[in-house]
Write a protein that binds this ligand. Structure first.
Ligand SMILES: C[S@@+](CC[C@H](N)C(=O)[O-])C[C@H]1O[C@@H](n2cnc3c(N)ncnc32)[C@H](O)[C@@H]1O
Length: 200
C-alpha cells in the first residue's frame, strides 16, 4: 500500500479530483465545526497535505500523519515559515502517539486501513477531552472507484449505519453524517461523506 502512494506522490496534487474533494471536505468541516486558534489538529492519512494546509491557517498547529514518506516529502516541500504542517511518518494504530489533539480530520484515508474498529479506538486515545472527529471517505461503492485497481484498498467505501456503530463503540457520541462531495467519473457517482463525532 505504501509503495502505491510513494509512486503516486510526485503527481498527487495534479489531480483535479483530489483537490476538489479536499476543498469540499474542508468547506463541510468548517460548516459543522469551529476550528479555533488554540487548537492542535491531527490530519490522519494527510498525504501531500491537501486538507492539512487548508486547516493550518485557522488553528495553532496541524500534524499530518502518513505511512508514505514520499507523500510526506511533498507535504514538507509546501511548508513555509508562516504556514507549516508537521509531518509524521508513523503507524499510529500499532505505535500510539504520546500526545493528544483537540481534533482529528481525515480525507479519503480510512478505507486504506483494515481494522476500522481499532483505528477509531486509536483516534479516541489521540484526542483530548471533548475532542472532535471529522472524517471523510467514500460511501459504500462497488469496487470501481479506484480505476488503477484496488491494491491497498481495504474497504470499498463504508455503510453509514455500520460505521456509526463502529464509531459509537469506540467511545464517541453525537455522530453525524453529511454529504461533502460527489465524484463523477465514467458515468458513475461516488458520494463522499463527512462524519463528525465528539469524544465521550
Ligand atoms: C487516498 S490518499 C489521501 C491523501 C490526502 N488525505 C488527500 O486527500 O489527498 C490516502 C493516504 O492515506 C495514507 N495511509 C494509508 N494507511 C495509513 C495509515 N495506516 N496511517 C497513516 N496513513 C495512512 C496513504 O499513505 C495515503 O497518503
Amino acid at each position: 500500500m505504501t509503495e502505491r502512494f510513494d509512486r503516486a506522490a510526485q503527481n498527487w496534487d495534479k489531480g483535479d479530483m483530489r483537490t476538489s474533494i479536499a476543498n469540499a471536505v474542508f468547506q463541510t468541516i468548517t460548516s459543522r465545526i469551529a476550528l479555533l486558534t488554540h487548537m492542535d489538529i491531527l490530519d490522519f492519512g494527510c498525504g501531500t497535505g491537501l486538507l492539512s494546509f487548508k486547516v493550518a491557517p485557522m488553528v495553532r498547529s496541524v500534524t499530518g500523519v502518513d505511512l508514505s514518506e514520499k507523500m510526506l516529502e511533498q507535504l514538507e516541500a509546501k511548508n513555509t515559515p508562516s504556514l507549516r504542517v508537521v509531518p509524521l511518518c508513523q503507524d499510529i494504530v500499532h505505535h500510539p502517539l504520546e500526545r493528544q489533539f483537540h481534533g482529528i480530520v481525515s480525507s479519503m484515508a480510512i478505507h486504506h486501513v483494515e481494522d476500522t474498529a481499532a483505528l477509531f479506538k486509536t483516534f479516541r486515545s489521540c484526542l483530548k477531552r471533548d475532542g472532535f472527529l471529522a472524517i471523510a471517505d467514500l460511501e459504500a461503492e462497488d469496487g470501481t472507484f479506484h480505476s488503477h485497481g484496488n491494491e491497498g484498498v481495504c474497504h470499498w467505501g463504508f455503510d453509514r449505519d455500520a460505521l456509526r456503530t463502529t464509531i459509537e463503540d469506540a467511545g464517541f457520541g453525537n455522530v453525524r453524517f453529511h454529504t461533502a462531495y460527489t465524484v463523477e467519473k465514467e458515468g458513475k457517482n461516488y458520494p463522499v461523506f463527512l462524519v463528525t463525532a465528539m469524544k465521550l
